[in-house]
Design a protein around this ligand. Sequence first.
Ligand code: M6R
Length: 624
Amino acid sequence: MCGIVGYVGDPAIQSGALDIGLDALARMEYRGYDSAGIAVVRPGELEVEKKAGKLANLLETIETDGRDRFAGATCIGHTRWATHGRPNDTNAHPHVSFDGKAAIVHNGIIENFAELRAEIEAAGIELASETDSEVAAHLVALAYNAGPTAGDFEASALSVLRRLEGAFTLLFTHVDEPGTIVAGRRSTPLIVGVGDNEMFLGSDVAGFIAHTRQAVELGQDNVVVITKDAYRVMDFDGTPAEGRPFTIDWDLEAAEKGGFDSFMMKEIYEQPAAVRDTLAGHFVDGRVILDEQRLSDDDLRQVEKVFVVACGSAYHSGLLAKYAIEHWVRLPVEIEVASEFRYRDPVLDRQTLVVAVSQSGETADTLEAVRHAKSQGARVLAVCNTNGSQIPRESDAVLYTHAGPEIGVASTKAFLAQVAANYIVGLALAQARGTKYPDEIESIVDQLEEIPAKIEKVLELKDQVHELAEELGPIPTMLFLGRHVGYPVALEGALKLKELAYIHAEGFPAGELKHGPIALIEEGLPVVVVVPSPQGREILHSKIVTNIQEIRARGARTIVIAEEGDEAVKPYANALLEIPASGTLLQPLLSTVPLQFLSAEIARQCGNTDIDKPRNLAKSVTVE
Ligand code: M6R
């Protein structure tokens, strides 16, 4: 939620900061696209441009005005997902201090901004925007201009950080120190990129992967001061601290579209690799292994109850974890939308294992659920796609998904990787507790390892889905039905359609339809039905075939996803999307894929040409 970039380069290359800053903003835009802005700093001067809407608006203005205006070797930039104040030019970042000398960009929420705002107004300063962020620009200038930190930019910035409550990453610049950026973080991300004679800051590494793979992760309540050839880490009091250096293990190509017309489409095609890489290394010499296994087998044996907490697609992956863990481990599993978890006062203790699933590792609702669980003594296992992000840092153990960077706001490959990782957690529990024999675990592992090749087959459905979307034409609503693990798939299909095509869509358990929602069915209404394997639990399969007949009898146009060779469904399918056989629990790893294509294709039919950035959304939701 909001992307932040910072750059300090060689003053001899005066156009460098603008080019690098805008390029970094383009890579960071998936984090928020309500507005974008950049400030270039040179001795005694600050050039700021900011525009509501997507980055393209900012670029157009800069091109029209002429790039010469932005000469300078240091910049800070921002892509916004609005929280306080509408997405307009004034509320866009960077914000500039009353004296025009300091500029800031901010990600997060400053909770005590009303009180700080009142204090600034009492000093006779008029605030320009409706944002919580602007206070930081004025405060740093006030601190620099008078009082104990007068004339000391770094100390002034630190004094501001100490006064803020909430979650924030803040970058400060000042015209008196054009070769320096001071940045601080609490609960929202900030990574340093260490270049050769240049230094970078980013909300994530995508902002600077084109320039360096050497990065430094900052701890909670840490500050970093960067110049072109050095970085220093400290806490908010100025006491030296250590960052965690790491080498970025994916390359620039992973953050680019690679010939696809959208990141989402590229990411759909990366799913075989995402699942394969997530499974890799977890099954060694017949044993299931978790990544940063700070939970011992003994710990896993003591678990009496599992909670899965997550949001959006990650929540749907958690629903699937419930089916798998209860079946394999015979442990009760509760799944909870993370934003509801702590307010419900769930019953948690040392014997509770909380599995927190998050692609970004930044989602505020999930992070707060983790903190609540820990405060109640529960053990927390994070399933996460982002190395070193806040949720795994605060968890007892981590299982990383290896989907690579997911840029499309609608989750695709990260979702499938989460499902695979959740199943690894289930198998690790089953192994530790002895609820499955080693050969049973091995057989499930074998089936899992066949999944990437089967996803490749499902990807071949793309053209069929394209034709289907064209035939459907404009549709006001769409229903998705499933039973057992097909139900979370139905929910995921409906979520994808809502977020990409802006069409009303609902997912239901197929058996629940007759208790009310069947009233929605009318002539021609498209209904997607996810059919379980006829080879698995026969009872499930025959029940859903009956459900399909019920809706067909009422005029529904059925789009059926079923295993190859499932003859029983054929007479009732207006459209049939066939997927390879996989066994009941693993089928979601295949049946989700055509629904991703379907939502993307319908979105295009509806005129959403930028499926990577659906309206009102952001990739990482760092506010509650
Ligand atoms: O980063 P997280 O996995 O914690 O994100 C959770 C949700 O915000 C995310 O899955 C969201 O629902 C996606 N837009 C779904 O496509």
